[in-house]
Write a protein that binds this ligand. Sequence first.
Ligand code: ZN
Length: 497
Amino acid sequence: MERLERFRTLVKELKAYQYVMNVIGWDSETEAPRGAFGPRAEVMGIIGGEIFKRSTSQEYQDVVNGLYRDIASLDADTAKEIRRAKKALDKIVTIPEADFVGYQRLLTLAQPAWEDAKAKNDWAGFKPFLADIIEMNKKFVGYYGLPGEPYDILLDEFEEGMSMKAYDKFFNALKKDLVPFVKKILAVKNDRRDPFAEAKFPIDNQQIFSNYLLTVMKFDRSRGLLKKSVHPFTWNTSPADVRLTTRYSPDALFGSVFSTIHELGHATYEQQIDPIFDATLLSSGTTMGIHESQSRMYENMFGRSRPFWQKHLSELKRLFPTQLKGATVDDVVFAANKVEASYIRTEADELTYPLHIMLRYDIERMLFSGKLTVDELPAKWNELMKSYLGIVPPTDSEGVLQDVHWSSGLIGYFPTYALGTAYAAQIYHAMQKELDIDKLLRAGDMGPINAWLKDKIHRFGGSKSPEQIMLDVTGEPFDPHYYIDYLKKKYTALYLS
Ligand SMILES: [Zn+2]
């Protein structure tokens, strides 16, 4: 089919430009000297403009629309790919160029404004930018002309198939069951010794341990590598080139350990995607939520578990013999799962984390339904913190100004973080029926676990929706009770027994 061949060529060219953009992005975060910022911004502007031009060109539109008309004649994976391309295209072509350019400019200004405001605890300095970002998002959704509430359209953009109705069900379950449980755990007095927070841990040896983790988690170094960056992330262009970063601080050994394990979850997903998707638009993990399910399963369910440390604590002690003298598996399990009411989402433990997300979801939902104005935002933030976690941040920097997301235009993104862990709990439950996970972790044998994840989830890349994955892997639709059960069981054992 001639049109399909043309589509393949256009996608191939588009991906080549994207590849250049990605390599520059990787370089920016890991290696580039500060002096490179100016010239690099210009190059990125040119390449980014070219990507936009190509992905909205008349020819690309004709080819995608033509294939969409004949979708019944395509194989299932190609049909899925065309549906995705069409969905993205239908949105972007409705936006007038002046608004598109204006929005890019707004984001460029909002970023440093947010950084300043956060540094100076100056909410008023960021407020007008946030108000404009929200207005622009409402305007764009209006252009799309799709059925449904504006916030639903944004939620679906980050997690295909999700809506306020589905998230309300999820978060209401958390509100009902998890909030009172967290209060109970927070009331338990905890004066256990934490050798992992007391000492200084030289970065050289933290690096050695992170590399050890790559080896024991069976990361394929011939197709990937590890570097450091300020904010850890995973980068990929194909299963043959998957890179991850972690962060190091002498005061925070767990900062590097669990960032590395978390990113290894993302990276293993990308490495295990079937290369048949390389030349397609389905060559990456399917959604943010499913991606996060893999990283959080690695981090929380494997990395923070007792069997994992029964195997690996000796290596950590070998690298830090004085700091960890006398530390036991119990010590590490307890320290790695310490529950505290805290202000900052990115530093929150596994149990309180979803409440931070719930707060952001509540706020975004109210902002979009008109129930909350930007003026009222800091007060609402503090009110919800008090209600969910029993604490009120002393400054806006530690409250409403803490996250980078809104200044980057990411609205509707936060809920995928909590959803990911909830997916992970249900997937883990299914995996347990087929594998003795504890035994494998205790033996340090990640092979069968990675193979299971590859077979059930990873190899399909973007060709399956989250609903389909959950149904195929667990035999039922997504159900938040697995997540709540998992948390209650784990933290009851740690704190209440
Ligand atoms: Zn992640």
